[in-house]
Write a protein that binds this ligand. Sequence first.
Ligand code: XMP
Length: 326
Amino acid sequence: SWTMTGVIEDQVEAVRAQVGDARVVCGLSGGVDSAVAAALVQRAVGDRLTCVFVDHGLLRKGEAEQVEQDFVAATGVSLKVVDASERFLAALAGLTDPEEKRKAIGREFIRVFEAAALEVVAEAGAHGEQVEFLVQGTLYPDVVESGGGSGTANIKSHHNVGGLPEDLQFRLVEPLRTLFKDEVRRVGLELGLPEAIVWRQPFPGPGLGIRIIGEVTRDRLELLREADAIAREELSAAGLDRDIWQCPVVLLADVRSVGVQGDGRTYGHPVVLRPVSSEDAMTADWSRVPYDVLARISTRITNEVREVNRVVLDVTSKPPGTIEWE
Ligand code: XMP
C-alpha cells in the first residue's frame, strides 16, 4: 500500500515558497476538501493561517461541532467562527423556489465570509502583518472542468471597515490542485484528520436549505436535522456508509398526512429517504438498502421526531430524477 507522504512534503514546500512570510486565510465549509486544504497549509505555515467558518445554520446535526471542536483539536488551527444562522433564516424567509433559495444562501454566504475575512485582515494589520493569500480546496477535476484557470479572488468590501481598501485582492493557494478525491482523503488521514471529516459523504453547499420543500424555518430545520441524524446513524450502524454515495433526507414541509401515533390521530409531515449509489453524481441509481435497515429508520424517525408521521422511499434513478429534490 502506498502513502501520500511525498505529496504532503512537496505541497508543504510549495506552499511555503508561495506565501513567504505573509498571512493566509481559509474558509471551512465542513466538507472534506476545505478541511484537507486547510490542514495542509497549516502544516506549512502554522499559526500564520487563520480559518474562517461561517455557520449558516443549515448543516446537519453535529457538523458545526465537528469543525469547531474536532478539526481544531486535530490541527491546532486558529479558527474564527461566525454564527450567522439568524441572518440566513431572515434571508430565506418567504422563499420557496429552489433557485431563489440557492441565490439567497450564496449571497449571504459571500457577504458574511467577506466581512469575516476583512476582520482577519484588520487584526493582522494591527500587528503590522499582511494577509495576501486565500486557500481554496480546488481538486484536479475542478481544474479540468473550469479550463485550468486560477489566480486571484476579489473580496469586495460592502461595508466601511476602518481604513481598509474598498477591494481586497487575494492570491489563491490551491494545494490540492493535482489530486483526485481518493488522494485527498488519504492526505487528510495522514495529516491526522478525523475519519468523520475525511469520509464525509457529499453534502450540498446550501445544505438543509434545499432539503426542506417549502419555506425554511427554524422549527422545520430542527425536525429535518433529527430525522437526518437517525437515518445516518442507522445506515452507518448497518455498515452501508461506503456503499451509499449519499442519502438526502427530505422534509415535505407543505405536505401533511394523517397518522396515528401514541394515543391519537396526528396530522404531520412525511420525510423522504433518498439513498443513491453513484460514481460521480452525474448519474445515480437508487440504493437497494435492506428492508430491515429501512424498517429501523422508519420506526425510529416516527417514534423520535415530533410531527413526522410517515417515511417514504424514493426509488427514482438519475436521470430522470436528480439526487436532491430541489
Ligand atoms: P443533483 O441534485 O443535481 O446533485 O443530482 C448532484 C450532486 O451535487 C450536489 N448538489 C449541490 N452541491 N451546491 C452544492 O455545492 C448545490 O446547490 C447543489 N445542488 C446539488 C448534490 O448533493 C449531489 O451530490
